[in-house]
Design a protein around this ligand. Structure first.
Ligand code: ADP
Ligand code: MG
Length: 453
C-alpha cells in the first residue's frame, strides 16, 4: 500500500513535466516493485511492463525519476529498473503484455484462426505501436473504437501521409477485437481488394455472395479507401454496404492518404457519410516518436542498438517506413560483416542513402547551395568562401551534410563543391549529425532545407 502511494506521488510529479503522450506511453506502465532501506539510502526497484518500456525509461527518464524519489523519500536512492507486470491484474486491461503467448493452446489456435479469417496481421498491434503528439488523437480514437465498436465513433476515418502508421493502427484494432472474441465477424481489406472483389462479382454474376460477406460484418476495416474514388460501380456498392453496416451498429474504420474533402472523384454522398463520423489525422513523427519506433523495430529484429545510436538514426531519418528499411539494411550489414552495431556502421549506411522508395527526383548541388543560402540568408560567395566566422561556417557544414546524406555524394565530391579537403568535409558532416541527434532546432533546419529541394 505504502509503495503504491509513493509511486502515485512520483507519477504525479512526473506528469507535470512530460507531455501526456509520453506519460501514457511510458509511465503508465510502471510501478514501484520494491523499496528497501539500506543505511542512509533507499534501494528502489521500478517494475516496467516490458523490456521496451524499461529501456526507454531507463535511458531517458532515469534522472527525473531519481530526483523525484529523492525528494519524496528525503534520502538518496539507487534506482534499479526491472521487467515486471503491475501486480494488480484487474487494473488496466492493456497492461497484460503478451496474452498472445497464453499457454492455453486452444485459445491461441482460435485466435490465429480468427486472424487468418479476417486477414488481420498479428505483427501490427497496439502493443508495438508507439504514441506521441503526432499520432495521439488517431491512437486514442482507435482505442476507443476497440473498446466500444459501433458506438464510440462510427465511421472512424484516419488519414495521413505514406508510412505514418495508418495501416498499423487500423490493423491493431482488428488484433485486439479478435483477441477478445476470435469469432467476431470482422474483415480487414484494402480499397484495392474491395474493388477487385466487386468487379469480379459483377463479372461472375455473384454480387450476392459479395453482399452476404460484407453486409453481415460486425466490423469492416477498409485500408486506403481513396482507391475506390472515381469508380462508379464500386462507390455505389460501397455506399449501400456502408449504410447497411452503420445502421445496424457495425463498426466501419477507414484509412486514406487524404481527408474526405480532398479525395478527388469521391462521390458527394460518401464524403458526407464519412464526415458524419470522426476524422483524425496522423502527422510525421517527432524525434521522440522516431526513437521509440526504432527501439520497437530493432528489438523485433533482434538487434540491439544503444540509445545514443538510436538518437543518431532518429536524427537522420524522418519516416517510419524508412526506419524499417534502414534497420533491415543495418541488420544485414552487421550480419554480413559479422560486426557489432557501431556508430561507424550506422554512418556508413546513412551515407549510402536509405532512400528505399526513391520517389523524389534528386536535387543537384546547385539546388542545395541555393536552398542553404536562402535558409540562412547569406550570399553564395560567403558560403563557399574562406571565412571561418560561425555565421557562414555553420551553414557550410550544413551544406556538406545535405550533399552527403541527401545527394549521397562521396566525401571527395562534397569537398570539391565546397572547395575543402575531404577530412574537413567528414568533420563537418559528423558535427551536424551529432547536433541533429540532440537539437530540435537543427532538425527543423534540416527539414526546412530538404523541403526546399
Ligand atoms: P501507412 O499505412 O500510414 O502508410 P504503415 O502503417 O504501413 O503506414 O506503417 C509503416 C511502417 O512504420 C510499419 O512497419 C509500421 O509498423 C511502422 N510504424 C509507423 N508508425 C508507427 C508507430 N507509431 N509505432 C510503431 N511502428 C510504426
Ligand atoms: Mg497503409
Amino acid at each position: 500500500m505504502e509503495k503504491r502511494k509513493i509511486w502515485k506521488k512520483i507519477l504525479e510529479s512526473i506528469k507535470v513535466s512530460v507531455s501526456p503522450a509520453i506519460f501514457s506511453t511510458w509511465f503508465s506502465h510502471t510501478h514501484l516493485d520494491e523499496l528497501k532501506k539500506e543505511k542512509n539510502k533507499y534501494i528502489v526497484h521500478i517494475g516496467c511492463s516490458s523490456s521496451f518500456v524499461k529501456t526507454t525509461i531507463e535511458s531517458r527518464y532515469f534522472g527525473m525519476i531519481q530526483d523525484s524519489l529523492k525528494k519524496e523519500l528525503s534520502a538518496n536512492c539507487d534506482v534499479i529498473f526491472v521487467v515486471k507486470d503491475i501486480p494488480d491484474t484487474k487494473k488496466v486491461k492493456e497492461d497484460i503484455p503478451t496474452p498472445l503467448f497464453d499457454s492455453r493452446t486452444n485459445e491461441k489456435e482460435e485466435f490465429t484462426r480468427g486472424l487468418a479469417k479476417a486477414q488481420v496481421r498479428q505483427i501490427f498491434s497496439f502493443d508495438n505501436f508507439a504514441v506521441s503528439t503526432s499520432n495521439q488523437m488517431a491512437w486514442a480514437a482507435a482505442e476507443a473504437v476497440t473498446n466500444n465498436p459501433g458506438k464510440a465513433y462510427n465511421p472512424l476515418f484516419i488519414w495521413g501521409g505514406v508510412g505514418l502508421g495508418k495501416t498499423h493502427l487500423m490493423n491493431a484494432i482488428g488484433v485486439s477485437l479478435i483477441k477478445e472474441n476470435p469469432e467476431i465477424n470482422l474483415v480487414f481489406c484494402t480499397g484495392e481488394h474491395f474493388t477487385n472483389e466487386i468487379v469480379e462479382g459483377i463479372r461472375n454474376k455473384s454480387t450476392q455472395r459479395f453482399r452476404n460477406k460484407y453486409r453481415k460484418l460486425e466490423v469492416l476495416l477498409l485500408d486506403d479507401i481513396q482507391f475506390i474514388a472515381g469508380k462508379d460501380a464500386v462507390q455505389e456498392e460501397f455506399f449501400h454496404t456502408f449504410n447497411v453496416l452503420v445502421s445496424s451498429g457495425s463498426q466501419v474504420v477507414m484509412t486514406s492518404d487524404k481527408p474526405p474533402h480532398e479525395i478527388a472523384k469521391l462521390e458527394e454522398r460518401l464524403r458526407s457519410r464519412f464526415e458524419a463520423g470522426l476524422i483524425v489525422d496522423v502527422s510525421p513523427p517527432d524525434f521522440e516518436l522516431r526513437c521509440a519506433i526504432i527501439q520497437i523495430k530493432s528489438k523485433e529484429r533482434g538487434i540491439d542498438i544503444p540509445m545514443d545510436l538510436v538518437q543518431i538514426i532518429a536524427g537522420n531519418i524522418d519516416s517510419p517506413r524508412k526506419i524499417e528499411g534502414f534497420l533491415i539494411r543495418l541488420a544485414s550489414e552487421a550480419k554480413m560483416k559479422k560486426a557489432e552495431i557501431t556508430e561507424d556502421l550506422i554512418q556508413l549506411i546513412l551515407g549510402k542513402g536509405i532512400d528505399m522508395d526513391n520517389r523524389l527526383p534528386k536535387a543537384s548541388p546547385t539546388d542545395v547551395i541555393s536552398a542553404i543560402t536562402k535558409h540562412y540568408s547569406i550570399r553564395k560567395r560567403d558560403l563557399l568562401g574562406n571565412s571561418r566566422a560561425r555565421i557562414v561556417a555553420f551553414p557550410r557544414q550544413m551544406l556538406m551534410y545535405i550533399l552527403r546524406t541527401e545527394l549521397n555524394l562521396p566525401f571527395q565530391e562534397v569537398g570539391r563543391v565546397v572547395a575543402r579537403d575531404h577530412t574537413t568535409v567528414m568533420h563537418g558532416v559528423d558535427k551536424i549529425t551529432h547536433l541533429a541527434s540532440r537539437d530540435g532546432e537543427i532538425r527543423q533546419d534540416i527539414l526546412g532545407i530538404k523541403k526546399m529541394l
